[in-house]
Design a protein around this ligand. Structure first.
Ligand SMILES: [Zn+2]
Ligand SMILES: [Zn+2]
Length: 761
């Protein structure tokens, strides 16, 4: 028996129905494997590391450091707190001591600032580390370019500020020995594809200055790390994935909240919300003196969890404990973050509810338990969050609380999908022409492109270049391709968005610009009446003015959330791949998608029940993207009809659940993809279900869905079958973003349809 047994038993008895605990996985502890410092490490570096609390390296640190030192590109894909920074620091410190330079990239400024601070604390002789990002003032920039030998920046700055002015950086680039790509798993989907092209541009510019830096990537554990890293960098990369750092024993429980008496859309039953469940568990654990962190999707949700837990403790007569629970929001200043970290470490704070903001940039140790409210998106994030638990080698606890969607339902009933499998691969598609085009322009503006350069940018480059010339973006001359336009080429690539003129999000009254969002996403996220989350704060949109490109918002904390509803039409432009499955066919190809946001739904934050629907009047948007689709042949459809299956409701229900499950196979967000289903599609003449990438040109998600189609559809069937509702609910076949009001939907029909699809021929 471990130390959680009695607490867990009481928890499940008093706070949760035992039947809701669907699984408890016990993960054993491991002591860790230490090795000697590599013999090429300077004694001064070893001395400083020992002084700052690293007595000796773990074997994965030594292996990756040796590979990078030997000139091989390497990705270190190991768990949270496994010391990846030390692994890349060793070769980098060596290079700097020899007169070389290092470029360090992180997805956020906050993380780069943390890294810079630890480098400053380490104070290695001869290392001049400096940040170069949007916050660096002009006077300092010149100093950094001329004197720093370890520059910390982000892909945005590399794209807009460094590559474009490479001549000013020539001294630094000429001596560039290592490029560190930290938190590499963040570079996925369209953003990851952009970063992949930025790194190719960097390699080409370096070649001009006769340097050939070695890439060192640090990533959360991921499947096929070498392949992903090669896609990102465009070069062969060795992987170090065996984590030799010590691990505390962990009990990991899965909980599915119960169905309540409340009624949702079309009379469907509603589950108790995952946030209500999390608040109960947080109060119960903190009440036992267990230091607990609850991860919640939104800031509102995090505050709700903290408040409810405080109230529960106060009601139970534990007022002193209620004060030791807090909510954490993103966007804290460094000093505030340090204070919070300290309070958690000392035990002054017993419970904290936070958004994922904590995942990056806050160093929290000293926790006993972690609650995960809803699937964090990937197994990699799940382990990263759960990895926060475990104080001083003591047993740790993690609890996953399922939300009411098909993916969470599936996972709550299929622990083997969480525990029995490696984490997922990171999906990106650098060859996407909509991504590649702007970077070829930017590259040509940096240094004219030669035919030899094409190998750097991949097999799609030639066709995309021909198109750019035809569109008069680039000029073809005997020596290569040239950028001769006056505008700034990097402006063409919107690396964190997905094209289209951006909509500005402005606070009403103060006129403060909160941020921008690309137009395609604006329709569904900042439409009039939308509840909009920005850096953990909640706003309500007063008006979306598309002509002016402005969404006026006001800070408010409504007790409802909003979900945009969209109707979609889809046209097949080109079938790229196809596979026959008995009476069915699964295909992948290019599509044209016309989407229109027609209304939004309001749902109560506390109970999850539907409060009403508001119509919206927004124009149609057209997207050229990629999709996976499947059709059922006429004979099979006749058989289904004969069994009493209503094809439209069956296809529609299967579509919703399939969209919900794809993130398990394609590392995407439910919002990155969309779907259409019809009993008779004009292009196929058959019952057809489509799932498409919601980004111009595609992002690789539908392609993954095609590759994993059998496993994906089997999981979809399972998720529908295991939900105990009678006729469908948000946990299985209802979708909050359905443009057709979740009608018609048939749960038994969807099961039969998926059976027919998956039947061996
Ligand atoms: Zn259900
Ligand atoms: Zn629908």
């Amino acid at each position: 028996m471990n130390r959680w047994e009695p607490i867990l038993q009481r928890l499940w008895r008093e706070h949760t129905r035992p039947s809701q605990v669907t699984h408890v996985e016990r993960l054993a502890s491991s002591p860790g494997v230490r090795e000697d410092w590599p013999d090429w490490t300077a004694p001064a570096v070893v001395e400083r590391l020992v002084e700052t609390g690293v007595p000796a390296p773990w074997s994965h640190q030594v292996r990756s450091a040796n590979l990078a030192y030997g000139g091989e590109n390497v990705i270190i894909a190991t768990g949270t707190a496994s010391g990846k920074s030390v692994a890349f620091l060793l070769p980098c410190a060596h290079a700097v001591a020899e007169g070389g330079t290092v470029l360090y990239l992180s997805p956020t400024k906050a993380l780069a600032a943390d890294q810079r601070r630890s480098l400053a604390e380490l104070a290695l002789p001869g290392m001049r580390a400096a940040a170069y990002d949007g916050d660096t003032v002009p006077e300092e920039r010149a100093w950094v370019r001329a004197h720093a030998n370890y520059v910390l920046t982000n892909p945005d700055m590399l794209h807009r500020g460094i590559l474009t002015r490479h001549a000013a950086w020539s001294g630094f680039l000429r001596r560039l020995r290592y490029v560190v790509v930290d938190e590499a798993h963040h570079y996925r989907g369209v953003f990851g594809s952009h970063v992949a092209q930025i790194l190719r541009r960097l390699r080409r510019v370096c070649a001009r200055y006769r340097s050939e830096p070695v890439f060192i990537l640090a990533s959360a554990t991921s499947a096929a790390p070498a392949e992903t890293a090669e896609r990102l960098v465009g070069l062969p990369v060795a992987a170090v994935a065996e984590d030799a750092s010590p691990r505390a024993a962990l009990d990991f429980a899965l909980v599915e909240p119960e169905l309540t008496g409340s009624k949702g859309e079309n009379g469907a039953p509603v589950r108790r919300t995952a946030t209500a469940e999390a608040a109960d568990l947080l109060a119960a654990l903190a009440g036992e003196g267990v230091r607990t962190l609850a991860f919640v999707r939104s800031r509102q949700g995090a505050e709700l969890v903290a408040m409810s837990a405080q109230r529960a403790l106060a009601d139970a007569g534990k007022r002193d404990l209620a004060h030791r629970i807090a909510a954490y929001r993103g966007g804290y200043l460094a000093a505030e973050r340090r204070e919070l970290e300290g309070a958690l470490r000392s035990g002054e704070l017993l419970g904290l509810a936070s958004t994922n903001a904590l995942e990056l940039g806050v160093d929290v140790t000293g926790l006993d338990a972690v609650l995960l409210t809803g699937w964090p998106g990937t197994r990699a994030s799940l382990w990263q969050q759960a990895g926060r638990a475990g104080r001083g080698g003591q047993d740790a606890l993690a609890v996953f609380i399922a939300r009411d969607d098909p993916l969470d339902t599936y996972l709550a009933h299929h622990p083997e999908a969480i525990f029995g499998r490696p984490v997922e691969a990171t999906v990106l598609d650098p060859d996407n022409p909509y991504v590649l085009g702007p970077h070829l322009c930017a590259a040509a503006a940096e240094l004219s492109l030669t035919p030899e350069d094409l190998t750097v940018f991949g097999p799609a480059a030639e066709e995309v270049l021909a198109d750019l010339v035809a569109r008069r973006m680039l000029r073809r001359r005997p020596r290569g391709w040239f950028w001769t336009r006056r505008d700034r080429a990097p402006d063409l690539a919107d690396i964190r968005g997905s094209g289209g003129p951006p909509v500005q999000i402005v606070e009403d009254g103060s006129g403060l610009l909160l941020g921008t969002i690309d137009e395609a996403a604006a329709h569904s996220t900042v439409h009039t009446g939308a509840v909009y989350l920005h850096q953990g704060l909640t706003y309500v949109v007063d008006e979306l003015d598309l002509e002016a490109g402005v969404a006026l918002v006001r800070g408010e904390n409504p007790d409802h959330s909003t979900w945009a509803r969209e109707v979609t039409e889809i046209e097949i432009r080109r079938t790229l791949r196809e596979e026959a499955w008995g009476g069915a066919t699964v295909s992948f190809g290019e599509v044209r998608v016309a989407r229109e946001v027609v209304a939004y739904l309001k749902r109560d934050l506390r109970t999850g029940s539907v409060l009403g629907e508001q119509p919206l009047d927004l124009p149609e948007r057209v997207l050229h993207s990629r999709a996976v689709w499947w059709t059922v042949g006429r004979d099979a459809e006749e058989r289904l009809r004969a069994e009493g299956v209503e094809p439209r409701g069956a296809a529609h229900a299967a579509e919703h659940a399939a969209i919900g499950l794809l993130p398990l196979f394609a590392t995407c967000d439910r919002w990155d993809i969309g779907g259409v289903s019809t009993a008779l599609h004009p292009d196929t003449g058959l019952l057809t279900v489509f799932v498409y990438d919601g980004h111009e040109g595609g992002a690789g998600f539908a392609e993954r869905g095609y590759a994993a189609a059998r496993a994906w559809l089997r999981a979809t069937r399972e998720a529908i079958a295991t939900c105990e509702c009678p006729d469908g609910c948000p946990s299985c076949i209802q979708s909050p973003k359905c443009g057709n009001g979740n009608d018609p939907l048939s749960k038994p029909g969807a099961l039969r349809l998926l059976d027919a699809l998956l039947a061996p021929s």
